[in-house]
Design a protein around this ligand. Sequence first.
Ligand code: AMP
Length: 579
Amino acid sequence: MILFEEMGLDASLLKAVKELGFETPTPIQEKVIPRILTDKVDLIALAQTGTGKTAAFGLPLIQMADTSVQDIQGLILCPTRELCMQITNDLKTFSKFEKGFKVVPVYGGASVETQIKSIKKGAQIVVGTPGRMLDLIKRKVVKVGKIRWLVLDEADEMLNMGFKEDLDAILAGTPADKQTLLFSATMPKEILRIADNYMHQPDEISAGKKNVGAENVHHEYYVAQAKYRYEVLKRIADMNPKIYGIVFCRTRRETKEVADKFMNDGYNADALHGDLSQSQRDYVMNRFRNKSLQMLVATDVAARGLDVNDLTHVINYNLPDELEAYIHRSGRTGRAGKSGISIAIVHTRETRKIRELEKITGKTFKRKPIPDGREICKKRLYTLVDKVEKVQLNEDQIGEFLPEIYKKLDWLSREDLIKHFVSVEFNRFLSYYKNAPDLNVDAESSSGGREKGRRDKRGKQEFSRFFINLGKLNKLNASKLIGLINDATHTKDMEIGKIDILKKFSFFEIEKHHEKDVLKAFEAGVKFEGVRVAVEISKPDHAKDKGAYKKKERPFKKYERSERKGGKKSGKKKPYRKR
Ligand code: AMP
């Protein structure tokens, strides 16, 4: 391991680093800092959040910037306003002993005039989100023709957020002889395209396994039926009274729904998503940062740049569509030398995704049983008793009231007194969990085993069967139908049963308790390939349009037969899960 002192950094920067309490460089700093200081080669660094990458590019840029001139020499692009502020503040802290060094942040959602004024006062480095940066370049306020460095931080996130065109436009205007430093937690194809188009034989650097953040994260998952996802989340929260974490949801809508339910159920949580105004987001983030909030329910995008280092848990309420985003999420915990737990709540057919995640992260994911009511009550009770034992007594303040209180409780024995006082705190929990069901399912295999409960219930018409006026002639297939249902219902938590795609129309099954949701979702005039979609509960009438079927189309035959028999369907149907 090399020391900061051995990297060629100036004394002023070493002093700032020391004041920050950085004792030794992180792996990415060890690899990147000496390279930038000595070499003009382009770099692609595979680095997650929390690995110390800001100092990895920030320290050498500060050292090499020419402070005798106020022209822009380096651009740093990042995905969010929060990250932009964070990088700027970090650079200001690192450069506190550098005379004449100036860094300016630019981002959308704030006054462009103020930002223009700051840039015109002079700065060597501008940090910005791509949209606003491009705007300022077009206004000729940010002049990129002579820049020496271009940093793309969290490049994969910038692409995920739809900044591809803006990035292309910015990159195209920069000089060919600049040094480009690209940092990304994942390496999707699009990053390689950027590297091919805009970088010169870049060297790839990976902090890989040495990554401190990732090393300290334990990965766990709970398997439950999709409809119990929220219930499982509550149990996880109840089982961890000191939790301080982020609950990741897939969409804004899901974030809102989960956060609303969570708050209504009395949890110390709030939502963070893109529908909030900037001041609302700042308010929520500040409450979370100062720990007034224990849990933040958030979308991936909204949680970017939230610089909180001591999260105990990250919970994947739903796994992200792009599994690689899981790395970003789980990297939010286990930072700054602390350990953390990353939890995924999955349904039975998603265990396959867990195996994929194990491959991507190189980590083992431990399946945990969903705690039952008794375990949760026990845990909470002992936490309460522990708190009582350790509470700081303010005898001066309570002293004057005690004689009266002793007198009032005199009739209770020591044991009864304890029982009474525990019940005051605890009855809500006990009654909630009194008859709480076991939510564990026995499925584990990636071939998609099903939970016991559902298999038993299948014969009891647990699914409703729907008719839809689209078939093969409309280019419909099973996966398109699933997509259509997902889009119309705005949720992926409904279980889809059997699907029969026929020539002119089709049938699908959805869990019975979602029947109304499905009908309502399609009332709103959904279109598919230009055809207005009609969905209704399947009736024997739908079977009469014989022209629509070829003889060999067995599903229909089966359907006809089963309808006549009173709706009992073939026991071997393979249920689809929405994807
Ligand atoms: P970053 O990945 O740049 O967001 O950094 C993550 C956190 O690690 C920040 O709070 C930094 O202040 C901190 N950090 C960066 N480098 C070091 C280091 N060498 N030693 C200790 N902490 C560091």
